[in-house]
Design a protein around this ligand. Sequence first.
Ligand SMILES: [Zn+2]
Ligand SMILES: [Zn+2]
Length: 316
Amino acid sequence: MIRYIENFYMKNFLWLVFSFYFSSFLYASDHSIHFEEVAPGIFVHQGEHLDVDETYHGDIANIGFIVGEEAIAVVDTGGSLEIGRELELAIKKISNLPIKYVINTHVHLDHIYGNAIFKKKGTDFIGHIELPRAMIARKDFYEKTNLQYLEIPPEESIQIPPTILIKPNQSKNFDLGNRIIKITGYPISHTNTDITVEDLKTKTLWAGDLLFIERTPVIDGDVHGFIAVINEILKLDVIQVIPGHGSPTKEWREAFKKEQDYFKLLRDEVRKAIDDDQDLQLTIETAGQTESKKWELFEIQNARNINKIFPMMEWE
Ligand SMILES: [Zn+2]
Ligand SMILES: [Zn+2]
């Protein structure tokens, strides 16, 4: 009897160990692509706050989709075909409506390399008028980055440029069936390719990387332009904003102001450093530092921001 009980427990124990191992294995390969419906018909997957370095896995940006009564629009596709595929799977689980539009909020690699999964008849790609050119300009660098960190061969780093183009300060409406989305282009700010997507039905704004929450904001365009664009966005009548990185928020005005405060501080301190003949290296070590506790991944990204704006501001 005791022997039987021992056997019974042993078998169950082994089964538990086995199933735990197996489920954790499944979980690891599943890569935790999870979508949340943040407003009726608007689904968002939040990427992780990781840098583009050894930790990068292609899934660091927010991606998602908007479901109308007749069609679906995808907003950003992630950093790889694998993420694009998981996005498509998630869409198919929710709706069989056609994917009519794929929108790229801007050129950065973590937002565009899932595009090719959606290249089908009847699907149009939408982006900033500068996006096709910017994609080509960054192609080699992005292929190398994807090879180095994601082990993706260059032939699988596929760019699909937009064919519907949005100019700076221009808005175009697209109908998904009783659901209008308004896409607006911006002058140079986060990059030279930024657009936003506004769902008029739920007053939700998809801001792309014009808004960072939690994670340190990135300036890969122009600090003055970015500050000005935030002033424009603050005038909008929306309820919720989905940032390019971080949690969707209804406290969006505060979030944009927090980001803008960082940019203004950086602008002023870099300006002063240049006026004082301080060199780039010392400026990287000192400017913006009072913001360091407010943001994730601050040291590396603040340094990159200064590296970007210092040479530009030297000429002002
Ligand atoms: Zn991004
Ligand atoms: Zn970006």
